[in-house]
Design a protein around this ligand. Structure first.
Ligand code: BES
Ligand code: ZN
Ligand code: ZN
Length: 504
């Protein structure tokens, strides 16, 4: 898809006019008077008057007006502009109409928010529209794709001039989310650990400001990455740790000018989680290809940073393994030694993600000394029980990062909720025969227990953990995301980087 912005309507297959509830003649004339014909304004008013169209969120109506540069015209409801996600949802609905009507060249006419006319407001609105449109345009299929229709050209028409640079940035963000979705949707026989490495390599080839270090199985053994290796032992696929470095701030502190601090991102990349010897039952094993969503999130964010030339330094770590069963697989009762030297009693082979993350966290904090570290993982089913499928669980050791993430999530309308890590959980994750255990029978606060485990591996580094077990995947899909991978948290973290770019 290509997106451009302009103030005039030109020839198009599908013209979508976005309208708030109760849009009256005065507002229509004032906002769109110069953009659309009098005949069209009249027709819209008539549809409102006869209640054929009320402007409710989710509502759409085709209208027919002569002498218009569009082949088809639809009115799209925005509601009263107060419902969360209204702009994203409305844009997603418009894309669904484009697909149904097989329209590849589409124009959206965007109103101003009621009573406001500043460019900044229009741009925030446009950002959400772009997100909804690009997200809604995405589909996943391997096989016959002849029937699929995608918007190829989207023109945003706004009564206020939109900044093209910002639009292309919004577009990059929405496409980064789709990158993550695609990775999550790919089946485990195709997206193997090796294939994830290849995809990371491809990204580095595309963006010259990225570099890559690949720690293959041999190197991981040399480095004694006991946690990550234990999980991957039962698989025919090799395990890897991939480190992507993005350098957007080349200033050296010794040559004058303050170098921005480095941020580390770590992602759980379990390409398939069978549970290991604590094998998952049929209902839970389904969709466990998505257990690499944390690594997918990191790759999506890195793509956005590289593509938009973010002014800071970020290191992205992918812990890539497959949790399977064979004669070499790790077992309950094993005691393993983690990269940082701590020992861990395996009490449940299905609590594997924390073992992978732990080694990635110790390695990146030791070797790269980041000022902060964020990790992403489909870590616990307990997070789904606690928060459902729309809210990401966050926890950490640093109030400022957590507050910053909450602030960014408010802007993106993604939902996050902080879960506690307390002394109680820190005690309960300790083992008698080893320093730690990876699971404690009888403690139901599974997400906090996982957080208490991970905390041991970040050293003193300010840290925030994102449990995306519930949010990385949608069973039903919605207006701007099909069933499957969602790309949850990519938007919020990119927003966080943009907000905090001065301190980085
Ligand atoms: N990958 C799962 C968590 C998960 C569950 C992600 C559902 C997405 C949807 C994780 O590795 C796991 O199996 N966790 C166990 C931990 C338990 C054995 C302590 C869980 O949550 O059931
Ligand atoms: Zn598991
Ligand atoms: Zn898992």
């Amino acid at each position: 898809m290509k997106i451009t912005a302009q103030q005039k309507i030109t020839a198009t297959d599908l013209f979508c006019i976005f309208l708030y509830k109760k849009t009256g003649a005065a507002i229509l004339k004032k906002q769109f008077g110069k953009t659309i014909s009098d005949g069209l304004v009249k027709e819209i008013l008539a549809r409102f008057k006869h209640k054929d169209f009320k402007g409710e969120l989710g509502e759409s109506l085709q209208i027919f007006v002569d002498r218009n540069p569009a082949k088809k015209i639809f009115l799209i409801g925005l509601g009263d502009g107060k419902k969360s996600l209204f702009a994203k949802k409305a844009a997603g609905s418009a894309v669904k109409i484009a697909k149904k009507t097989k329209s590849k060249d589409v124009s959206f006419l965007l109103p101003l928010l009621a009573g406001e006319g500043r460019g900044e407001v229009a741009e925030n609105f446009a950002k959400k529209i772009v997100f909804g449109a690009v997200g809604g345009n995405y589909e996943f299929k391997i096989g016959d794709t002849k029937e699929q229709v995608f918007i190829e050209k989207l023109t945003l028409i706004s009564p206020v001039k939109l900044d093209e640079k910002k639009i292309s940035r919004d577009f990059a963000l929405a496409e980064a989310v789709n990158t993550t979705r695609e990775l999550v949707n790919l089946p485990p026989n195709i997206l193997t650990t090796k294939e994830m490495v290849e995809r990371a390599k491809k990204l580095v080839k595309k963006y010259k400001n990225l570099s890559i270090t690949i720690l293959d199985q041999k190197k991981l053994e040399k480095l004694k990455m006991g946690g990550l290796l234990a999980v991957g032992k039962g698989s025919d696929s090799d395990s890897y740790m991939v480190i992507l470095e993005y350098k957007g701030d080349k200033k050296s502190p010794t040559r004058g000018g303050a170098q921005r601090e480095k941020t580390a991102l770590v992602g759980k990349g379990v390409c398939f989680d069978s549970g290991g010897y604590n094998l998952k039952p049929t209902s839970s094993i389904a969709d466990m290809k998505m257990d690499m969503a944390g690594a997918g999130t990191v790759l999506g964010i890195m793509e956005f940073l590289a593509r938009t030339k973010f002014a800071g330094n970020v290191v992205g770590v992918l812990g890539l393994v497959e949790n399977m069963v064979n004669g070499k697989a790790y077992r309950p009762d094993d005691i393993i030694t983690m990269y940082n030297g701590q020992t861990c009693l395996i009490t449940n082979t299905d609590a594997e993600g924390r073992l992978v993350l732990a080694d990635c966290l110790s390695y990146v904090t030791e070797k790269y000394k980041p000022a902060k570290v964020l990790d992403f993982a489909t870590l616990t089913g307990a997070c789904i029980s606690a928060l459902g499928n729309e809210i990401t669980g966050i926890m950490g050791n640093d109030k400022k990062i957590v507050a910053g993430i909450k602030e960014s999530a408010k802007k993106t309308e993604e939902l996050v909720w902080e879960l506690p890590i307390t002394e109680l959980f820190r005690e309960k994750i300790k083992a008698e025969q080893a320093d730690l255990q990876n699971w404690t029978a009888g403690v139901s606060a599974g997400s906090s227990m996982a957080g208490a485990f991970l905390e041991n591996f970040v050293r003193e580094t300010p840290w925030c953990h994102f449990d995306i077990a519930g949010t990385a995947w949608t069973k039903s899909g919605h207006e701007y995301c099909p069933k499957g991978g969602t790309g949850a948290m990519v938007e919020t973290v990119c927003e966080y980087f943009s907000n905090n770019s001065l301190s980085y």
